[in-house]
Write a protein that binds this ligand. Structure first.
Ligand SMILES: [Zn+2]
Length: 496
């Protein structure tokens, strides 16, 4: 939990403008029209608790900063994997409808943390040390429990009025769009002046509760809870390797023999489940290994994996070599024949695995066989229509081959059907319209990209450019006009 505050601190460095943009982002994320009439009740900033909504807004603003940091992992395969795993667990928690977002950070220290509002970060080091999915799921389940039990709000409340005041002031600054710039500036300054360095740590009761609930979630989600104490003991052994004495996870969620004994006592009542993992965690670890250690040292590890007795480890080694070649744009890691033979072998072992299909298409593209790459993407997307890595990969290919009509069709389909709005989808479609020289549609989509990343002024300017364009039909023109009215209304509210 130390991380929450460390990361939160960087939020205070932001300019007022940045905060203002974040408000827009948050407000738009919540839904249009919220701002005008139904400003959420901020409550008394000095009361001893936060509303879930306030937590969410604080979390979203911290997340905005994390997303722009270099250690944030935006890789769609890794994001898909962590969120899929996380939501399997959330479904069996006390709050199955709560919004969560799971993400990885490149950091060798073994740590995971929950931010206010359901954002759960996991360090690459911790994922790489997880021998199986149940171990990783054990850490996620524990963090999910901290969120669903609202431990963060309770810890902050326990820290006394000063901290509550500062965080509430920040929430107010972010939320209370009607406040003028001076008030917001003052709120930000006040927050910055407070001693935020002191650590927030969960109490022993919080840890015990998170363990208890985490284990139950794990068991109900059909993972093996018996892996949890094994992993904790493994982390303790690892501690000898760290100069600081103990891995960060043990410091932020202190593990002692009493806690492990407590977990083992609970486990005695649970049946031991034999869980057979798929290969996805090994693939995700290969990608993280490249990001964390760089392709050169990762390649050495992948080559060693090829000699493993375990077939899955060998296939993951092949996958790692293919990814190293693609990530570093290096054709010398594997020749095209070696790569194709490797892929055939991997696909025989894991038929139709979407992560292999994606790498197969990317590899053909890297080697310049664009026709083959295109057929592979189209085939894979027919099987896995919502898989982000395939959508992005296919879009990049169509863009670089200037097949703008196909790109427009692909992205329109995804813009309309996506469960969660993705600014990258709008960005690719805007580029397609740009190639097709359809200015009104292009500006309208760029406006959406800017709005979704919190740049309200930029979004409005794009819509004004869209209005000046003469190449749109009646429906497009109407949609531009109404979106512009919406954004201008939000802007007026912010300026009051
Ligand atoms: Zn904990």
């Amino acid at each position: 939990m130390i991380n929450v505050i460390n990361i939160a601190c960087s939020v205070y460095d932001s300019t007022v403008t940045r905060i203002l943009l974040l408000i827009v982002f948050c407000v738009m994320a919540v839904g249009k029209g919220v701002l005008a009439q139904n400003l959420p009740d901020l409550g008394d900033p000095f009361r001893d608790d936060f509303s879930p909504f306030q937590e969410r807004v604080i979390g979203a603003s911290i997340m905005g900063n994390i997303r722009s940091s270099t250690s944030y992992v935006s890789d769609p395969e890794i994001a898909d994997y962590l969120n899929h795993l996380g939501y399997q667990l959330v479904a069996n928690s006390d709050a199955p409808t709560t919004d969560f977002y799971f993400f990885a950070l490149i950091n060798q220290t073994l740590n995971a943390f929950a931010l206010p509002g359901g954002y759960v970060g996991i360090h690459s080091g911790l994922i790489l040390e997880s021998d199986n999915e149940s171990m990783l799921a054990g850490v996620l389940g524990h963090e999910i429990a901290h969120v669903t039990q609202r431990h963060i709000a309770r810890v902050i409340a326990g820290q006394g009025r000063a901290r509550i005041g500062s965080l509430a002031a920040m929430a107010a600054a972010i939320l209370a769009a009607r406040s003028n710039t001076d008030i917001m500036q003052a709120a930000v300054m006040t927050s910055a002046a407070l001693p935020m360095q002191s650590q927030l740590s969960f109490t022993r009761e919080h840890e015990r509760e998170a363990d208890r609930i985490g284990l139950r979630i794990l068991d109900q989600s059909e993972f093996d809870p018996h892996q949890v104490p094994l992993f904790f003991k493994h982390l303790q052994r690892q501690s000898r390797l760290y100069e600081s004495g103990i891995p960060e996870y043990l410091r932020t969620h202190p593990i002692n023999s009493e806690r492990i004994a407590d977990i083992e006592a609970r486990l005695a009542k649970l049946s031991s489940a034999q869980v057979e993992d798929g290969i996805a965690l090994l693939f995700v670890k290969a990608r993280l290994r490249i990001y964390q250690d760089g392709p050169l040292s990762a390649i050495e590890i992948f080559k060693e994996q090829l000699n493993s007795q375990d077939k899955k480890v060998r296939v993951a080694g092949m996958y790692g070599l293919l990814c190293s070649s693609i990530f570093s744009n290096d054709l010398t890691v594997l020749t095209i024949d070696e790569a194709r033979a490797t892929l055939d072998a991997a696909l025989r072992s894991e038929p139709g695995h979407p992560m292999l299909l994606s790498v197969e298409a990317a590899f053909e593209r890297l080697h310049g066989d664009l026709g083959r790459a295109e057929a592979l993407y189209a085939g894979a997307l027919a099987r896995y229509p919502t898989r982000k890595s395939l959508v992005y990969g296919y879009a990049e290919l169509l863009l670089s081959s200037e097949k703008f009509k196909d790109l427009e069709k692909l992205m329109s389909n995804h813009v309309w059907n996506a469960e969660i709005r993705d600014s990258k989808y709008y960005e690719y479609r805007a580029k397609a319209y740009e190639g097709l020289k359809l200015k009104m549609a292009m500006h309208r989509d760029y406006a959406e990209v800017l709005a979704m990343t919190g740049n309200l002024v930029g979004a409005i300017n794009e819509l004004l450019s869209a209005q000046k364009a003469t190449d749109g039909n009646f429906f497009l023109r109407t949609s531009v006009d109404s979106r512009l009215r919406e954004l201008e209304e939000i802007k007026r509210e912010l300026e009051k």
